[in-house]
Design a protein around this ligand. Sequence first.
Ligand SMILES: [Zn+2]
Length: 335
Amino acid sequence: MNRFIAHNIPKIELHCHLDGSMSVELTKRLLKEMGEKYSKEELESALTAPMNCGSLAEYLERFALPLRCLQTKRGLSAAAEDLALAAAKEHVAYIEVRFAPSFSTKQGLSIREVIESVESGLKKAREKTGILTGIIVCTMRGLDAETNARMLKEAREFLDAGVVGCDLAGDEKAYPLSNFRDVFAAAKRYELPFTIHAGECGSAENIREAVALGAKRIGHGIAMSGNEELKKLLADEKICVELCPTSNLQTKAVRNMAEYPFLEFYEAGVPLSVNTDNRTVSGTTCTDELMRLSDAGMLKEAMCEKIYMASLASVFAGDEVKQQLWNKWVSMFAV
Ligand SMILES: [Zn+2]
């Protein structure tokens, strides 16, 4: 596949973190407004992880500065708009933007204000470009149960006003998934569909447990490699795996591209989507991710329709959005 096609075909991004996708330019501007001056070069190395990143923990260090900018209505709204505009520029037709509202309350914003601010930024991008958007609110492995529960309760009020689902993110190794059963029981009660970061750090059991808890999608899912039973389960249940190749290389979820299980999962019939995870921290775009798979000899142009349709079937937004996404693909390729 050539880059022109990867750039121009409609794409659906299901796994993209707001804090990890703040552009260097916007971060520089917001920090300057806070009285902190950084050069472009300083920010690039503070925000973008190297390919030979030591660990997931080292990767996660890159979120500190962006998070400081996400404590005000203006910062949240500007970051959301900036991200959706960048996605629209490379023909992402629909993006689900995820973030942890509880991490943006350090200067007094309420959960409600945090979500409203992000939605207002996304709305601006929708109006400017026609991109479709949804918000995924992240519960965090490192936060206590009460904080996560309180956030979800607030977020459900936005189910018809931007929020489409929830997620569990954070250090997978440090916190067992079983600690979060109540969180996902609440999500079910609130009718918030959810995805879980699982199998990024080698635990196939976490993927199995995420499915048992009712996850509609799995973030990363790399640990499913070599596990026939688990691949069959996800294929049968039509649970989409949100793959993020560059991020997985940086955090050492896989050692190199040759070992990346894209084709293994694809051939097992597991629904797959291709995502950036963090556009700035990983220094990537959806187009780059498709090209990384293509350059590794894994992705052919003819497979892109299947990826798009699998992503479409798994979006957390409603039927109206799905119909628009369907129309987008069909109109692009109508003879
Ligand atoms: Zn992620």
